[in-house]
Write a protein that binds this ligand. Structure first.
Ligand code: URA
Length: 433
């Protein structure tokens, strides 16, 4: 068996065997297969697809490419959560402290931004001092101590995914169903949680553009979960417009603080209630989804979730004085408004365009090695369904370079469409699979 034959087989639209997938993944992780050959195989997979069996074999091989965490010492069912990616998606950072405040352990490994989508690790790192790269022992110790830890993927957790994820990003091969589901499920299987709730995003700011695609990938990930003995629930959420008002790292932490103080925009509220109620159910802590939703709202209202957020940050060496006094966060040099050109109702706010613009501002990476600017981003004052008058402020661009800001305003203008008549609102939760 050699790598050229495997690449040629997929190029010719043939099905790879378990042994061929095993060989390729193992040798790539060891460094015996160069990036250019892995890129050729990934591109062939992207163009020609993979069967369910190939996808399952790829997932299990990637999960087994490094450590498989054992969380049994926590003594309780751990439910993991992961999103397939979106714009302004700060759901993990808001919801997981709520879950921990209900006594359900949270041991969560998150990712960095990918393409035009943001990443939880980048957002958390905008809190001065917050350490996202702790050793596994310390990670588990933190969960035992406070019931919650959120960190980045450790170097030996699904290392095959780590390499392939960066490679896919650099060759324009992120949005492929088999590659996305194997990437997510390999990490989730390796991260040790017994049960998994997935936020499968659908729409312009997601990798799955249609509900049909999202249902397909959700079923595929559920089947893989079953095979690996991990019960999986997928919540399909709308990503045609960004989640909440903030897009960009510090801005999203500022919005998170507000949400945990009870000031929650409707879309965020519906999403945290839908996903959170299933996490509680899967953890064996409440069969009734409506009651679970009440408990989530109650722990936000009584401040327990906010206090858990402070504990999380303190345990990861973050400086909680920033959370208590949000004005301490470094602001961008320029805060530039985008004005409505006509009176009407917001009909469209294209999440993808907002995500791309935020990357151009410096909130995300164009190349893997790029550093990000935590302070920059976009604050959306008006969203789909809102009534506007000509001259109203639609959004603010937070930027450190005036020319970049002017270009961003022009780009952002394209994201909005204003209709004369009131628009019909889309649901935030599209399906549960
Ligand atoms: N999130 C992941 O972890 N992997 C992907 O491929 C896409 C989103």
């Amino acid at each position: 068996m050699n790598s050229q034959e495997i690449i040629a087989k997929k190029r010719d639209k043939k099905e790879l065997t378990k042994k061929e997938i095993e060989y390729f993944v193992k040798e790539y992780v060891k460094g015996n297969i160069p990036d250019y050959q892995a890129a050729a195989l990934v591109m062939a997979i992207y163009l020609n697809g993979m069967t369910k069996e190939e996808t399952t074999n790829l997932t299990l091989e990637m999960a087994n490419s490094g450590d498989i965490l054992d969380l049994s010492s926590l003594g309780k069912t751990v439910v993991d959560k992961h999103s397939t990616g979106g714009v302004g998606d700060k759901i993990t950072i808001i919801l997981m402290p709520v879950i921990a405040s209900l006594g359900i352990p949270v041991a969560k490994m998150s990712g960095r931004g990918l393409g035009f989508t943001g990443g939880t690790v980048d957002k958390l790192e905008s809190i001065p001092g917050y350490n996202t790269s702790v050793e596994i022992d310390k990670f588990i110790e933190n969960v035992k101590k406070t019931g919650i830890s959120i960190i980045g993927q450790t170097s030996n957790l699904a290392p095959a995914d780590k390499k392939l994820y960066a490679l896919r990003d650099s060759i324009g091969c992120v949005d492929n169903m088999s590659l996305i589901s194997s990437s997510i499920m390999s990490k989730k299987i390796a991260a040790g949680a017994e049960k998994i709730v997935l936020d499968v995003t659908v729409g312009s700011g997601a990798f799955m553009k249609t509900k049909e695609d999202a249902i397909y990938i959700a079923k595929m990930m559920k089947d893989i979960g079953k095979l690996a003995n991990r019960e999986t629930v997928c919540v399909l959420t709308n990503m045609n417009e960004p989640v909440g008002k903030a897009v960009g790292n510090t801005l999203e932490i500022l919005e998170t603080i507000e949400c945990l103080k009870g000031n929650i925009p409707e879309d965020i509220k519906e999403i945290i209630l839908a996903i959170g109620s299933y996490i509680i159910k899967l953890a064996g802590e409440g069969e009734n989804l409506e009651e679970n939703k009440e408990r989530i709202l109650e722990n936000i209202k009584n401040g327990k979730a906010y206090n858990k957020f402070l504990e999380l940050i303190q345990n990861q060496n973050g400086d909680i004085s920033y959370i208590k006094n949000p004005e301490k966060f470094q602001k961008a040099k320029y805060i530039m408004p985008l004005y409505a050109e006509k009176t009407g109702h917001i009909e469209k706010l294209d999440a993808r365009q907002v995500g791309v613009t935020s990357v151009h501002l410096g909130a995300g990476r164009i190349k893997k090695e790029d550093s990000i600017d935590h302070a920059v981003g976009i604050w959306l004052e008006k969203k789909i369904g809102d009534k506007v008058k000509q001259g109203d402020i639609l959004a603010y661009v937070h930027v450190n370079n005036e020319d970049t800001g002017k270009t961003a305003i022009e780009e952002l203008k394209q994201a909005y469409r204003i209709a004369d008549n009131p628009v019909k609102m889309e649901s935030y939760i599209l399906d549960i699979i």
